[in-house]
Design a protein around this ligand. Structure first.
Ligand SMILES: CCCCCCCC/C=C\CCCCCCCC(=O)OC[C@H](COP(=O)(O)OP(=O)(O)OC[C@H]1O[C@@H](n2ccc(N)nc2=O)[C@H](O)[C@@H]1O)OC(=O)CCCCCCC/C=C\CCCCCCCC
Ligand code: LIP
Ligand code: MG
Ligand code: MG
Length: 207
């Protein structure tokens, strides 16, 4: 498919992995396993998103959340340093807790808009939350059926970067950037759902 590799942030993965490997090695050397890294990253994301965003601390929230979402790269690094390339349980835990972290980020932003009386942007951000979850579900369901749906404009790293950069800049006082980011993300996430549905449709017809 022509759109197979539209998610450009995947290209950053090797560089990010190289940067995080010394930290991963230090954690592994202290007996900290990948599941603990996954759990801490999720907990940190949830607490900071649900505390900082609703209170209007958008820049601080974006920075703290960025640190914790990077734990999602770190857990894989620690798992692979274990020598077995990661575990089945770890893969399940990682993907499942990613959904919790993602939901908390958008829920925090929804609460921020609700607190400011902006019902329209709360609704747009709700679309980001639901469509983002559908993007992930489509891939997981496809994989459960032995198919693949590893395509799309707004995969998880893209969704996180848009949401966090928009929140960061909005907190610095840049006008309209958060609303623009949420509109962009809502549309891009819906397009991504469609891309995955089409990809699975073609594979399902072939089998
Ligand atoms: C103080 C902060 C300063 C801010 C600086 C900005 C830093 C960020 C810079 C750039 C953004 C980097 C983007 C990186 C893209 C990476 C691409 C990618 O594909 O990422 C995916 C991953 C994780 O995926 P996954 O969890 O599937 O991979 P793993 O490696 O974990 O492997 C899974 C397998 O591992 C095994 N396993 C796992 C866990 C476990 N417990 N057991 C196991 O066994 C198992 O086999 C599994 O199958 O990453 C992400 O999705 C996270 C993306 C992070 C995006 C950060 C976005 C932040 C950007 C900006 C923030 C704004 C801040 C202000 C900036 C100002 C700009 C104006
Ligand atoms: O599907 P999506 O949300 O774009 O991407 C997600 C991946 O970035 C993540 O690594 C994985 O653990 C999730 O289950 C999910 O697939
Ligand atoms: Mg991970
Ligand atoms: Mg993950």
């Amino acid at each position: 498919m022509a759109y197979d590799r539209t998610a450009m942030l995947k290209l950053l993965r090797p560089a990010m992995t190289r940067i995080l490997t010394p930290l991963g090695r230090a954690l592994a050397g202290r007996g900290i396993g990948p599941d603990a890294v996954t759990a801490i990253g999720t907990l940190g994301t949830v607490v900071s998103a649900l505390l900082l965003f609703p209170l209007g601390h958008l820049t601080a929230g974006a920075l703290v959340i960025t640190v914790f979402v990077l734990f999602d790269l770190l857990d894989g690094v620690v798992a692979r340093l274990g020598g077995k390339g990661g575990s089945t349980w770890g893969a399940f835990l990682d993907s499942t807790l990613d959904r919790v972290a993602d939901a908390s980020i958008f829920a925090g932003l929804i609460l921020y808009f609700v607190a400011g009386g902006d019902t329209l942007m709360a609704a747009v951000t709700l679309v980001c939350l639901v469509a983002g979850a559908m993007v992930s579900y489509a891939k997981a369901r496809a994989e459960g059926l032995g198919l693949t749906a590893d395509v799309g404009l707004a995969e998880r790293p893209e969704r996180l970067v848009v949401a966090l950069v928009a929140a960061f800049l909005a907190g610095l006082g840049v006008p309209y950037v958060l609303a623009a980011g949420m509109w962009l993300l809502a549309v891009a996430s819906l397009i991504t759902v469609a891309q995955r549905v089409v990809a699975v449709y073609h594979q399902a017809r072939e089998t």
